[in-house]
Design a protein around this ligand. Structure first.
Ligand SMILES: *Cc1c(COP(=O)(O)O)cnc(C)c1O
Length: 384
């Protein structure tokens, strides 16, 4: 077996696209002007930010004035959740509905709000990771300020019925936010058909650089400002624009929109091949929904094996995968997503996520299959 390097952790972050880097380069070099300046050099930057905003908004079905660039997905989530709560509190609404399987950027923002006296309902998913619209409907109260339900889960890839939840919230007059960080750039995302008031996205999950993201805020929603300061981002998120990052985000979004269906189909085929082979190994279980799932994600429990040991061994063979999300690595608490889905702590600790990227080949997948088979074999002999 010839050693290869196969990166299977694209849900954690992706490689920067070379053409995205190219589009960004001028704003690190000659076009360094502050977009707020009044001279030509500044106008270059201002124009680049404006056209990036228009281009990105257009792809998402939003208006340019509804898109606010942030430092990433975590900031967008914090802004949406905390500011919607602040808005709700102005009319005495201090209840929030979310799910137990959200990213920590949403969950820990909710924890913060609980310390501020808000009440939060964390809805449990079914065993596939889905929280139904009916479940959300049943949790709504007269004092519900916000519902936040993610579009695609970052650990198992399961897709939530967000358009349905959004429709319901609109009817009931409750603000609705969706964390679409795992979905944008991978599956079609249109803010209007999702019926959302707010939507978070992050560049580095679709081949833009780390440290840039955006929050869509529907124009009818007067969401309080998140960072006070200058007039950047319509005065609602101050701070000198990350010009190069913003340009990169729009470029990457445009690249990902091009031929999306074809790429998704190819990834799904590769993922399904990996899935079939891995699930044919003894004592393996699929985590997540079989079909309502991102095409690139495969999360599997290897019963009786510690994911940590398996990941170290896979890494020695050049395969990068992960247990749960990047954000939980380093803590030995079992995944909050898998446990909410009803997996025991043991199953959660034996689960590994493979998330494929566009540069993945059939040979890569065969190599991953061979490597996983080998590592599982070795470890199951050790544990016996
Ligand atoms: C990665 C991720 C985030 C955080 O985005 P950053 O840009 O890394 O802050 C939030 N939500 C989900 C679902 C994610 O996968």
């Amino acid at each position: 077996m010839q050693k290869r390097f196969v990166y299977c952790d694209n849900a954690a972050t992706t490689r920067l696209s070379p053409t995205v880097l190219q589009a960004m380069m001028p704003f690190f070099t000659e076009d360094f002007g502050n977009p707020s300046g009044s001279y030509k050099l500044a106008h270059h930057s201002a124009r680049a930010v404006l056209s990036a905003r228009r281009q990105a908004a257009d792809i998402l079905g939003a208006e340019a004035s509804e898109l606010f660039f942030t430092s990433g997905g975590s900031e967008a989530d914090n802004w949406a959740v905390k500011s919607a709560a602040e808005l709700g509190a102005q009319s005495g609404k201090r209840h929030i509905v979310t799910t137990a399987v959200e990213h920590h950027a949403v969950l820990n923002s909710c924890k913060y709000l609980e310390r501020q006296g808000f009440e939060v309902t964390y809805l449990m998913p079914d065993r596939f990771g889905i929280v139904s619209a009916e479940k959300v409907a049943a949790a709504l109260r007269a004092d519900t300020a916000l519902v936040s339900v993610m579009l695609a889960n970052n650990e198992v890839g399961t897709l939530m019925p967000v358009a349905e939840v959004g429709k319901l919230c609109r009817e009931r007059g409750v603000l609705f936010h969706t964390d679409a960080v795992q979905a944008v750039g991978h599956i079609p995302v249109d803010v209007r058909s999702l019926n959302c008031d707010m939507l978070s996205l992050s560049g580095h999950k679709f081949h833009a650089p780390k440290g840039v993201g955006a929050l869509f805020v529907r124009k009818e929603v007067r969401l309080p400002n998140f960072i006070d300061g200058g007039q950047q981002e319509y005065g609602r998120r101050a701070g000198t624009e990350n010009t190069a990052g913003i340009v990169g985000l729009a470029q990457a979004l445009a690249e990902s929109a091009e031929g999306m269906d074809e790429r998704a189909g190819r990834l799904r085929t590769l993922r399904d091949r990996l899935e079939e082979a891995v699930l044919s190994l003894p004592d393996t279980v699929l985590n997540g929904h079989k079909s309502l799932r991102l095409p690139s994600v495969l999360n599997v429990a290897f019963r009786g094996i510690e994911a940590e040991s398996m990941l170290v061994m896979l890494d020695m063979y050049g395969v990068s995968a992960s247990g749960g999300s990047a954000c939980t690595t380093g803590s030995d608490a079992p995944s909050h997503v898998l446990t909410a889905m009803g997996a025991g702590a043991e199953q959660a600790r034996s689960s590994i996520r493979f998330s494929l990227g566009d540069d993945c080949t059939e040979e890569d997948i065969e190599y991953v299959i061979d490597t996983v088979t080998l590592c599982r074999d070795k470890l199951s002999k050790l544990s016996r």
